[in-house]
Design a binder for this molecule. Structure first.
Ligand code: ADP
Length: 316
C-alpha cells in the first residue's frame, strides 16, 4: 500500500469547558487533547490502515509524549518526530461562542513545533514515501515552508503525488514568503482540498464551477470542495460528483477537515471511485465532530464502514 507523509505542527488543545466562557477570567478547562492539523491527518490515515508518517517536533514534556503515544498506538510512523529537550510542545487554548465561532490562543511558532527540520530520520521517511500532504496551517515560518518544499520535491522526484489542504486564514496571506510558498505548493498539487470559501483565495472566478475549472486548468487532477455538514463535491476532468454529509450532532468541529482529507487521500491512493472515497471521507469527517477534542472522534476503517451502513444523510 502507498505510504503518505505530512510535516508540521504537533500541539495539545485545551478548551474552555463552557460555551461563552472567556479567557479574560479563570474558569474550568478540559484537555489536554492531542492536536495539530498534520498530526490529526496522519492519525486518521493510520487508523484507516494507510501507511502514514509525520515529520514534526515536540518538547520533552508530557504534552509531547501524549501526542507521540497516541500516534504510535494508532499505527502511525513516528520515526521522524524529534523530541527536543529545552523546548516546550506547542499549545492551543480554545473558547467557543454560542454562535459556533471559536477563539484561539496559540503558542506554535515559539514552541518546539517551530524547530521542525529535515534531519536524517525525516530524509529516511521521505525516501519511502509515495505521497506528501501539505497543510496551509503548517506554512507558518520560512523554516517550515522549507520543510514542505523538501517534502514535495523528495516525493515528486520518486514519481509520487501531492495533496494540499489550504486551511488558511486570510491574515496568513501577508506573512513573509507565504504567497510564493502557496504558488509553489499549488503548482505541484495533484489533489486540492479547499473548503468552500478558500477556493476563492486561489481562483479569480467568483462561482465554484469556474473556480474549480481554473484549478483543473493549472494541472491539478482532482479538486474536492469541503462543505461542512453538507458533505463535499469532487471534480476532475471527467466531471462532478456530489456526496451529502452524514447527519450527526456536532459537539466540536475542530479536526473534521483533516480527518476528511486523510480519508479522501487514502482512498484516492488506493484507486477508489470518487463516490467511495467521498463516502468514507464524509463518514470520517462526521464522526470527527461528534467528540470533544480534535483527535477523539477519529474512527478505524471498520468503525466508519459500520457507521456509513446505518447513518442518514442530511441535517440531524
Ligand atoms: P474544514 O474543517 O476544513 O473547514 P469542513 O468544515 O467542510 O472542513 O468539514 C470537513 C468535512 O467534515 C465535511 O466535508 C463533512 O464531510 C464533515 N463534517 C464537518 N462538519 C460536519 C457536521 N456538522 N456534520 C456532518 N459532517 C460534517
Amino acid at each position: 500500500m502507498k505510504k503518505l507523509v505530512c510535516a508540521g505542527e504537533i500541539l495539545v488543545e485545551i478548551m474552555a469547558e463552557r460555551i461563552g466562557q472567556s479567557f479574560l477570567a479563570p474558569g474550568p478547562l478540559v484537555g489536554p487533547f492531542p492536536s495539530g492539523a498534520p498530526a490529526i491527518f496522519i492519525d486518521q490515515a493510520a487508523r484507516l490502515g494507510q501507511p502514514a508518517g509525520l515529520i514534526a517536533a515536540v518538547g520533552d514534556d508530557d504534552f509531547g509524549h501524549l501526542n507521540i503515544e497516541r500516534l504510535r498506538a494508532d499505527g502511525a510512523d513516528i520515526s521522524a518526530i524529534k523530541v527536543h529537550r529545552g523546548a516546550a510542545t506547542g499549545t492551543a487554548f480554545v473558547t467557543y461562542e454560542a454562535d459556533g465561532s471559536r477563539h484561539f490562543v496559540y503558542n506554535i511558532k515559539q514552541s518546539a513545533a517551530g524547530l521542525i527540520e529535515i534531519g536524517a530520520e525525516a530524509r529516511a521517511l521521505l525516501a519511502g514515501a509515495d505521497h506528501f500532504h501539505v497543510m496551509g496551517t503548517s506554512l507558518f515560518s520560512p523554516e517550515v515552508i522549507e520543510v514542505a518544499r523538501n517534502g514535495i520535491e523528495a516525493v515528486k522526484a520518486r514519481g509520487g503525488t501531492v495533496s494540499f489542504d489550504p486551511n488558511i486564514r486570510k491574515e496568513m496571506l501577508d506573512l513573509p514568503g507565504m504567497r510564493d510558498a502557496l504558488h509553489f505548493v499549488l503548482s505541484k498539487t495533484d489533489v486540492f482540498l479547499p473548503s468552500g470559501p478558500e477556493l476563492f483565495i486561489f481562483a479569480k472566478a467568483t462561482d465554484e464551477e469556474s473556480a474549480v475549472r481554473e484549478m483543473l486548468g493549472r494541472g491539478i487532477s482532482t479538486v474536492v470542495v469541503k462543505k461542512g455538514a453538507d458533505g463535499a463535491v469532487h471534480y476532475d476532468q471527467t466531471g462532478r460528483t456530489a456526496s451529502p454529509g452524514f447527519a450527526v450532532d456536532e459537539i466540536d468541529p475542530t479536526g473534521a477537515g483533516d480527518c476528511f482529507a486523510a480519508a479522501f487521500v487514502s482512498f484516492w491512493l488506493r484507486g477508489a471511485t470518487a463516490e467511495k472515497a467521498l463516502s468514507i471521507a464524509n463518514g470520517c469527517g462526521a464522526l470527527a465532530v461528534t467528540k470533544k477534542g480534535p483527535m477523539e472522534g477519529i474512527a478505524s476503517l471498520a468503525a466508519v464502514e459500520a457507521f456509513i451502513k446505518t447513518a442518514k444523510t442530511g441535517a440531524p
